[in-house]
Design a protein around this ligand. Structure first.
Ligand SMILES: CC(C)(COP(=O)(O)OP(=O)(O)OC[C@H]1O[C@@H](n2cnc3c(N)ncnc32)[C@H](O)[C@@H]1OP(=O)(O)O)[C@@H](O)C(=O)NCCC(=O)NCCS
Length: 152
């Protein structure tokens, strides 16, 4: 979908999008996108993904502590339009790599990649999901009274 503004064709922005977990229903579009060499070659050295490996991957997606996958969806819609991955998460260095893909050409350039990246970065800075929202955790400590002070 495109809009014409002052003679220039610009893509219509997507309605609101949100990030969330990958589900088994996302398997087919993800398999298709992983096997889209045109899009993948802009990200990494592409190689085809076979169906058996893909099934194994999607059933074990939450088990690798060094990676987190997020589905990108239009708010209120079940279908996946893209994904964000945090990979090489290092608890020691508190670092990670972020990758983002919008699956279909027609959904690109309409703000979804930028908004999904913003939401995942929010996730990265927050510590606990409580009562439906991400909360910062404030670490507090109490100092043990000094031995000399206690001893007198
Ligand atoms: C790259 C991609 C994730 C961007 O998501 P998107 O929803 O299309 O992009 P948005 O509309 O949110 O635009 C976000 C910004 O990225 C820029 N942008 C979009 N596609 C771009 C591209 N291929 N190259 C450089 N910049 C791009 C936009 O101009 C915009 O910049 P601005 O904030 O300064 O205006 C998406 O187009 C995609 O998956 N493309 C196919 C794979 C690909 O190109 N991968 C490269 C990743 S390094």
């Amino acid at each position: 979908m495109r809009a014409i503004i002052a003679g220039v064709s610009t893509p219509t922005p997507l309605e609101q999008i949100q990030i969330g977990p990958i589900t088994t229903q996302d398997s087919e579009p993800l398999f298709r996108w992983f096997n889209d060499p045109q899009a993948a070659r802009l990200d990494y050295a592409w190689r085809p993904v076979d169906g058996i490996s893909h099934q194994k991957w999607i059933t074990s997606i939450g088990t690798d502590p060094t990676q987190i996958w997020f589905a990108i969806r239009r708010t209120g819609h079940a279908g996946i339009i893209g994904f964000v991955i945090l990979r090489n998460i290092s608890a020691v260095h508190r670092s990670a790599e972020l990758g983002v893909r919008i699956g279909e050409e027609g959904d690109r350039g309409r703000g979804a990649g930028k908004e999904a990246t913003r939401q995942v970065l929010q996730f990265c800075w927050q510590a606990q999901f409580i009562d439906g929202e991400w909360k910062n955790v404030i670490l507090m400590g109490a100092l043990r009274p000094r031995v000399a002070a206690r001893g007198s």
